[in-house]
Design a protein around this ligand. Sequence first.
Ligand code: NAP
Length: 338
Amino acid sequence: MALIPVMPSTKLKNGLEVCKIINGMWQVSGAHGNIEPQRAVLAMNNYADVGFTSFDMADIYGPAEDIFGTFIKSRGVDMTGIRGLTKMVPRVGEMTREKVEKLVTKSMHRMSVDKLDCLQFHWWDYSDKRYLDAMKHLRDIQVDGKIKELSLTNFSTEVMEEIVGNGIPISTNQVQFSLVDTRPQKRMAEFCEKNSIKLFAYGVLCGGLLSEKYLGVAEPKPHELITASLSKYKHIIDLWGGWALFQELLQVVHTIAEEHTVSIANVATRYILDQPVVASVIIGCRFGIADSDHTEDNFRSISQTWSLTKENLATIEAVQNKSNDLFSVLGDCGGEYR
Ligand SMILES: NC(=O)c1ccc[n+]([C@@H]2O[C@H](COP(=O)([O-])OP(=O)(O)OC[C@H]3O[C@@H](n4cnc5c(N)ncnc54)[C@H](OP(=O)(O)O)[C@@H]3O)[C@@H](O)[C@H]2O)c1
Protein backbone atom coordinates (compact mmCIF):
# COMPACT_ATOMS: atom_id res chain seq x y z
CA MET A 1 0.00 0.00 0.00
CA ALA A 2 1.39 3.43 -0.93
CA LEU A 3 2.26 5.69 1.98
CA ILE A 4 0.12 8.82 2.26
CA PRO A 5 2.55 11.76 2.49
CA VAL A 6 2.31 14.01 5.52
CA MET A 7 2.94 17.74 5.32
CA PRO A 8 5.57 18.76 7.90
CA SER A 9 5.10 22.02 9.78
CA THR A 10 7.20 24.69 11.51
CA LYS A 11 6.40 26.18 14.91
CA LEU A 12 6.77 29.95 15.02
CA LYS A 13 7.80 32.13 18.00
CA ASN A 14 4.36 32.21 19.62
CA GLY A 15 3.48 28.62 18.89
CA LEU A 16 1.62 28.86 15.56
CA GLU A 17 2.31 25.77 13.46
CA VAL A 18 2.37 26.39 9.73
CA CYS A 19 2.93 24.00 6.84
CA LYS A 20 6.41 23.85 5.31
CA ILE A 21 4.67 24.60 2.01
CA ILE A 22 2.10 27.39 2.28
CA ASN A 23 -0.46 28.04 -0.47
CA GLY A 24 0.01 31.54 -1.91
CA MET A 25 -3.13 33.49 -2.78
CA TRP A 26 -1.73 36.52 -4.64
CA GLN A 27 -2.79 34.44 -7.63
CA VAL A 28 -6.50 35.05 -6.84
CA SER A 29 -6.08 38.84 -6.79
CA GLY A 30 -7.28 39.22 -10.39
CA ALA A 31 -3.86 39.99 -11.91
CA HIS A 32 -3.30 36.36 -12.87
CA GLY A 33 -6.49 35.62 -14.79
CA ASN A 34 -10.24 35.79 -14.20
CA ILE A 35 -11.17 34.24 -10.90
CA GLU A 36 -14.27 32.18 -10.10
CA PRO A 37 -14.64 32.33 -6.27
CA GLN A 38 -16.72 29.14 -5.89
CA ARG A 39 -14.25 27.19 -8.01
CA ALA A 40 -11.42 28.67 -5.93
CA VAL A 41 -13.03 27.46 -2.69
CA LEU A 42 -13.37 23.94 -4.15
CA ALA A 43 -9.70 23.92 -5.16
CA MET A 44 -8.67 25.21 -1.70
CA ASN A 45 -10.61 22.37 -0.10
CA ASN A 46 -8.86 19.87 -2.38
CA TYR A 47 -5.47 21.23 -1.29
CA ALA A 48 -6.43 21.28 2.40
CA ASP A 49 -7.84 17.73 2.27
CA VAL A 50 -4.43 16.32 1.31
CA GLY A 51 -2.50 18.37 3.90
CA PHE A 52 -1.80 21.74 2.28
CA THR A 53 -3.67 23.59 5.02
CA SER A 54 -1.83 26.94 5.34
CA PHE A 55 -2.82 29.90 3.14
CA ASP A 56 -1.06 33.22 2.61
CA MET A 57 -2.98 36.32 1.51
CA ALA A 58 -3.13 40.11 1.96
CA ASP A 59 -5.71 42.82 2.41
CA ILE A 60 -4.68 44.13 -1.03
CA TYR A 61 -4.96 40.80 -2.91
CA GLY A 62 -8.40 41.59 -4.37
CA PRO A 63 -10.96 39.09 -3.01
CA ALA A 64 -8.38 36.75 -1.40
CA GLU A 65 -9.42 37.38 2.23
CA ASP A 66 -13.14 37.05 1.35
CA ILE A 67 -12.50 33.81 -0.54
CA PHE A 68 -10.60 32.49 2.49
CA GLY A 69 -13.62 33.45 4.64
CA THR A 70 -15.95 31.47 2.35
CA PHE A 71 -13.49 28.57 2.44
CA ILE A 72 -13.48 28.62 6.27
CA LYS A 73 -17.28 28.48 6.35
CA SER A 74 -17.30 25.66 3.77
CA ARG A 75 -15.13 23.45 6.02
CA GLY A 76 -17.64 23.31 8.85
CA VAL A 77 -15.99 21.60 11.80
CA ASP A 78 -13.06 20.23 9.83
CA MET A 79 -10.59 22.99 10.74
CA THR A 80 -7.63 20.76 11.61
CA GLY A 81 -4.43 22.59 10.76
CA ILE A 82 -6.15 25.36 8.80
CA ARG A 83 -4.10 28.57 8.97
CA GLY A 84 -4.74 31.92 7.38
CA LEU A 85 -1.78 34.29 7.18
CA THR A 86 -2.57 37.76 5.95
CA LYS A 87 -0.78 41.07 5.33
CA MET A 88 -1.61 44.63 6.24
CA VAL A 89 -0.51 46.93 3.43
CA PRO A 90 -1.72 50.43 4.37
CA ARG A 91 -1.30 53.62 2.39
CA VAL A 92 1.57 55.60 3.91
CA GLY A 93 0.12 58.14 6.33
CA GLU A 94 -0.94 58.66 9.92
CA MET A 95 -1.06 55.37 11.85
CA THR A 96 -3.32 55.85 14.87
CA ARG A 97 -4.38 52.97 17.12
CA GLU A 98 -7.94 53.42 15.87
CA LYS A 99 -6.92 53.20 12.20
CA VAL A 100 -4.68 50.17 12.70
CA GLU A 101 -7.29 48.36 14.80
CA LYS A 102 -9.92 49.03 12.14
CA LEU A 103 -7.72 47.38 9.50
CA VAL A 104 -7.13 44.35 11.75
CA THR A 105 -10.87 44.02 12.43
CA LYS A 106 -11.66 44.34 8.72
CA SER A 107 -9.29 41.48 7.82
CA MET A 108 -10.74 39.31 10.62
CA HIS A 109 -14.25 39.99 9.37
CA ARG A 110 -13.37 39.26 5.73
CA MET A 111 -11.51 36.06 6.69
CA SER A 112 -14.30 34.96 9.02
CA VAL A 113 -11.99 34.47 12.00
CA ASP A 114 -12.02 35.92 15.53
CA LYS A 115 -8.21 36.16 15.74
CA LEU A 116 -5.50 36.54 13.08
CA ASP A 117 -3.05 33.62 12.95
CA CYS A 118 -0.33 35.82 11.49
CA LEU A 119 -0.34 39.48 10.47
CA GLN A 120 2.51 40.52 8.18
CA PHE A 121 3.02 44.26 7.94
CA HIS A 122 4.23 46.00 4.76
CA TRP A 123 5.33 49.63 4.37
CA TRP A 124 6.06 51.43 1.09
CA ASP A 125 8.32 54.29 2.18
CA TYR A 126 11.04 54.14 4.85
CA SER A 127 11.50 57.95 4.74
CA ASP A 128 8.14 58.14 6.55
CA LYS A 129 8.83 56.59 9.95
CA ARG A 130 5.19 56.07 10.86
CA TYR A 131 5.72 52.35 10.28
CA LEU A 132 7.01 52.41 13.86
CA ASP A 133 3.67 53.82 15.09
CA ALA A 134 1.81 51.09 13.21
CA MET A 135 4.05 48.36 14.59
CA LYS A 136 3.68 49.61 18.18
CA HIS A 137 -0.11 49.56 17.84
CA LEU A 138 0.00 46.11 16.26
CA ARG A 139 2.13 44.88 19.16
CA ASP A 140 -0.49 46.20 21.63
CA ILE A 141 -3.26 44.55 19.61
CA GLN A 142 -1.24 41.32 19.68
CA VAL A 143 -0.89 41.56 23.47
CA ASP A 144 -4.69 42.07 23.61
CA GLY A 145 -4.98 38.66 21.93
CA LYS A 146 -6.17 39.47 18.42
CA ILE A 147 -2.95 38.48 16.59
CA LYS A 148 -1.00 35.27 17.23
CA GLU A 149 2.19 35.99 15.26
CA LEU A 150 3.21 39.58 14.47
CA SER A 151 5.35 39.62 11.36
CA LEU A 152 6.73 41.73 8.52
CA THR A 153 6.97 41.46 4.78
CA ASN A 154 9.57 42.95 2.46
CA PHE A 155 11.47 44.73 5.25
CA SER A 156 15.24 45.20 4.95
CA THR A 157 17.62 43.93 7.64
CA GLU A 158 18.38 47.50 8.68
CA VAL A 159 14.74 48.42 9.32
CA MET A 160 14.06 45.06 10.99
CA GLU A 161 16.88 45.95 13.38
CA GLU A 162 15.21 49.29 14.10
CA ILE A 163 11.83 47.68 14.78
CA VAL A 164 13.27 44.98 17.04
CA GLY A 165 15.38 47.69 18.75
CA ASN A 166 12.11 49.46 19.61
CA GLY A 167 11.08 46.46 21.69
CA ILE A 168 8.71 44.93 19.14
CA PRO A 169 9.27 41.17 18.81
CA ILE A 170 8.88 39.90 15.25
CA SER A 171 8.04 36.32 14.30
CA THR A 172 8.79 36.29 10.56
CA ASN A 173 9.68 38.41 7.55
CA GLN A 174 8.22 37.35 4.18
CA VAL A 175 10.74 37.98 1.40
CA GLN A 176 11.68 36.91 -2.10
CA PHE A 177 14.11 33.98 -1.87
CA SER A 178 14.95 31.61 -4.71
CA LEU A 179 17.78 30.03 -6.67
CA VAL A 180 17.84 33.33 -8.56
CA ASP A 181 17.32 35.79 -5.71
CA THR A 182 19.58 34.82 -2.83
CA ARG A 183 19.69 38.26 -1.18
CA PRO A 184 18.47 36.99 2.24
CA GLN A 185 21.75 35.06 2.58
CA LYS A 186 23.74 38.32 2.55
CA ARG A 187 22.73 39.99 5.86
CA MET A 188 19.22 39.01 6.83
CA ALA A 189 19.81 35.33 7.66
CA GLU A 190 22.43 36.15 10.32
CA PHE A 191 20.31 38.88 11.91
CA CYS A 192 17.27 36.61 11.98
CA GLU A 193 19.20 33.78 13.57
CA LYS A 194 20.40 36.07 16.37
CA ASN A 195 16.87 37.33 17.02
CA SER A 196 14.89 34.08 16.61
CA ILE A 197 13.12 35.40 13.52
CA LYS A 198 12.23 33.13 10.60
CA LEU A 199 11.67 33.87 6.93
CA PHE A 200 8.75 32.95 4.71
CA ALA A 201 10.10 32.66 1.16
CA TYR A 202 8.17 33.64 -1.96
CA GLY A 203 9.20 33.65 -5.63
CA VAL A 204 10.66 30.19 -5.00
CA LEU A 205 9.51 28.98 -8.47
CA CYS A 206 9.85 32.40 -10.14
CA GLY A 207 6.13 32.31 -10.88
CA GLY A 208 6.49 28.93 -12.64
CA LEU A 209 9.56 29.85 -14.75
CA LEU A 210 11.64 27.47 -12.61
CA SER A 211 10.05 24.38 -14.13
CA GLU A 212 10.40 21.95 -17.06
CA LYS A 213 7.88 24.09 -18.99
CA TYR A 214 10.55 26.74 -19.63
CA LEU A 215 13.56 24.43 -20.08
CA GLY A 216 15.13 24.92 -23.53
CA VAL A 217 12.46 27.45 -24.43
CA ALA A 218 13.18 30.72 -26.29
CA GLU A 219 12.96 33.90 -24.23
CA PRO A 220 9.24 34.58 -23.69
CA LYS A 221 7.80 37.79 -25.17
CA PRO A 222 5.99 40.09 -22.69
CA HIS A 223 2.54 39.06 -24.03
CA GLU A 224 3.39 35.39 -23.40
CA LEU A 225 3.87 36.03 -19.69
CA ILE A 226 0.22 35.54 -18.84
CA THR A 227 0.32 36.18 -15.09
CA ALA A 228 1.58 39.13 -13.05
CA SER A 229 3.83 36.65 -11.28
CA LEU A 230 5.55 35.48 -14.51
CA SER A 231 6.17 39.12 -15.54
CA LYS A 232 7.51 40.02 -12.11
CA TYR A 233 10.08 37.22 -12.01
CA LYS A 234 11.05 37.55 -15.70
CA HIS A 235 12.06 41.10 -14.78
CA ILE A 236 14.08 39.78 -11.82
CA ILE A 237 15.78 37.25 -14.13
CA ASP A 238 16.67 40.07 -16.56
CA LEU A 239 18.33 41.97 -13.70
CA TRP A 240 20.01 38.80 -12.42
CA GLY A 241 21.74 37.83 -15.65
CA GLY A 242 19.24 37.34 -18.48
CA TRP A 243 17.51 34.46 -20.20
CA ALA A 244 20.65 32.66 -21.46
CA LEU A 245 22.08 32.40 -17.94
CA PHE A 246 18.66 31.38 -16.62
CA GLN A 247 18.62 28.54 -19.18
CA GLU A 248 22.02 27.46 -17.88
CA LEU A 249 20.57 27.36 -14.35
CA LEU A 250 17.49 25.45 -15.52
CA GLN A 251 19.71 22.87 -17.28
CA VAL A 252 21.84 22.34 -14.16
CA VAL A 253 18.76 22.05 -11.94
CA HIS A 254 17.14 19.68 -14.45
CA THR A 255 20.19 17.38 -14.33
CA ILE A 256 20.04 17.38 -10.51
CA ALA A 257 16.31 16.70 -10.63
CA GLU A 258 16.84 13.71 -12.94
CA GLU A 259 19.52 12.33 -10.61
CA HIS A 260 16.97 12.26 -7.77
CA THR A 261 13.92 11.43 -9.96
CA VAL A 262 12.17 14.61 -8.95
CA SER A 263 11.16 17.80 -10.77
CA ILE A 264 12.90 21.14 -11.28
CA ALA A 265 10.30 22.69 -8.94
CA ASN A 266 11.23 20.13 -6.28
CA VAL A 267 14.94 21.02 -6.43
CA ALA A 268 14.18 24.76 -6.42
CA THR A 269 11.90 24.34 -3.40
CA ARG A 270 14.21 22.04 -1.46
CA TYR A 271 17.15 24.43 -1.95
CA ILE A 272 15.16 27.14 -0.12
CA LEU A 273 13.66 24.85 2.54
CA ASP A 274 17.18 23.68 3.40
CA GLN A 275 18.16 27.24 4.43
CA PRO A 276 18.03 27.17 8.26
CA VAL A 277 16.47 30.65 8.44
CA VAL A 278 13.48 29.61 6.31
CA ALA A 279 10.36 28.50 8.17
CA SER A 280 8.32 27.75 5.06
CA VAL A 281 8.04 28.44 1.35
CA ILE A 282 4.94 30.03 -0.15
CA ILE A 283 4.02 28.53 -3.51
CA GLY A 284 1.43 30.41 -5.55
CA CYS A 285 -1.80 28.57 -6.42
CA ARG A 286 -4.10 29.69 -9.22
CA PHE A 287 -7.20 28.65 -7.29
CA GLY A 288 -10.33 29.17 -9.37
CA ILE A 289 -8.33 30.15 -12.45
CA ALA A 290 -6.20 27.32 -13.78
CA ASP A 291 -6.82 24.77 -11.02
CA SER A 292 -3.57 23.07 -11.96
CA ASP A 293 -3.15 20.82 -8.92
CA HIS A 294 0.56 20.61 -8.02
CA THR A 295 0.10 18.92 -4.63
CA GLU A 296 1.44 15.52 -5.72
CA ASP A 297 4.61 16.97 -7.23
CA ASN A 298 5.12 19.52 -4.43
CA PHE A 299 4.96 16.76 -1.81
CA ARG A 300 8.16 15.42 -3.39
CA SER A 301 9.90 18.69 -2.42
CA ILE A 302 9.69 17.69 1.25
CA SER A 303 10.16 13.94 0.82
CA GLN A 304 12.91 12.47 3.01
CA THR A 305 13.76 9.89 0.31
CA TRP A 306 16.17 12.31 -1.36
CA SER A 307 18.38 15.28 -0.53
CA LEU A 308 20.62 17.76 -2.31
CA THR A 309 24.26 16.70 -2.22
CA LYS A 310 27.33 18.91 -1.79
CA GLU A 311 28.10 18.30 -5.47
CA ASN A 312 24.57 19.40 -6.43
CA LEU A 313 24.97 22.62 -4.46
CA ALA A 314 28.38 23.28 -6.01
CA THR A 315 27.03 23.03 -9.56
CA ILE A 316 24.17 25.40 -8.69
CA GLU A 317 26.59 27.84 -7.09
CA ALA A 318 28.84 27.78 -10.16
CA VAL A 319 25.95 29.21 -12.22
CA GLN A 320 24.86 31.64 -9.49
CA ASN A 321 28.42 33.00 -9.39
CA LYS A 322 28.08 34.15 -13.01
CA SER A 323 25.04 36.32 -12.20
CA ASN A 324 24.79 39.96 -11.23
CA ASP A 325 24.57 40.64 -7.50
CA LEU A 326 20.89 41.45 -6.90
CA PHE A 327 21.78 42.92 -3.51
CA SER A 328 23.83 45.61 -5.30
CA VAL A 329 21.22 46.07 -8.04
CA LEU A 330 18.05 46.20 -5.91
CA GLY A 331 19.29 46.62 -2.36
CA ASP A 332 18.38 44.33 0.53
CA CYS A 333 15.12 42.33 0.48
CA GLY A 334 12.09 44.41 -0.48
CA GLY A 335 14.25 47.10 -2.15
CA GLU A 336 12.31 46.49 -5.38
CA TYR A 337 9.15 47.90 -3.74
CA ARG A 338 10.76 51.21 -2.72
N1 NAP B 1 5.03 39.67 0.16
C1 NAP B 1 5.09 39.92 -1.12
O1 NAP B 1 5.38 41.04 -1.56
C2 NAP B 1 4.81 38.81 -2.09
C3 NAP B 1 5.17 38.94 -3.44
C4 NAP B 1 4.93 37.88 -4.28
C5 NAP B 1 4.35 36.71 -3.80
N2 NAP B 1 3.99 36.63 -2.49
C6 NAP B 1 3.33 35.41 -1.94
O2 NAP B 1 3.97 34.28 -2.46
C7 NAP B 1 3.03 33.49 -3.20
C8 NAP B 1 3.79 32.80 -4.28
O3 NAP B 1 3.63 33.43 -5.52
P1 NAP B 1 4.76 33.82 -6.53
O4 NAP B 1 4.21 34.90 -7.36
O5 NAP B 1 6.03 34.05 -5.82
O6 NAP B 1 4.87 32.54 -7.47
P2 NAP B 1 5.65 31.14 -7.32
O7 NAP B 1 5.25 30.47 -6.09
O8 NAP B 1 7.10 31.35 -7.60
O9 NAP B 1 5.05 30.40 -8.59
C9 NAP B 1 3.72 30.00 -8.62
C10 NAP B 1 3.42 29.22 -9.90
O10 NAP B 1 4.26 28.10 -9.96
C11 NAP B 1 3.60 27.04 -10.64
N3 NAP B 1 3.84 25.79 -9.91
C12 NAP B 1 3.52 25.47 -8.63
N4 NAP B 1 3.95 24.25 -8.31
C13 NAP B 1 4.57 23.77 -9.41
C14 NAP B 1 5.22 22.55 -9.73
N5 NAP B 1 5.35 21.58 -8.83
N6 NAP B 1 5.72 22.40 -10.98
C15 NAP B 1 5.61 23.37 -11.90
N7 NAP B 1 5.00 24.55 -11.68
C16 NAP B 1 4.50 24.75 -10.44
C17 NAP B 1 2.13 27.39 -10.71
O11 NAP B 1 1.84 27.61 -12.07
P3 NAP B 1 0.40 27.20 -12.76
O12 NAP B 1 -0.65 27.77 -11.93
O13 NAP B 1 0.50 27.82 -14.08
O14 NAP B 1 0.35 25.74 -12.84
C18 NAP B 1 2.00 28.68 -9.94
O15 NAP B 1 1.14 29.61 -10.54
C19 NAP B 1 1.93 34.46 -3.59
O16 NAP B 1 0.70 33.86 -3.86
C20 NAP B 1 1.86 35.32 -2.34
O17 NAP B 1 1.13 34.65 -1.34
C21 NAP B 1 4.23 37.65 -1.64
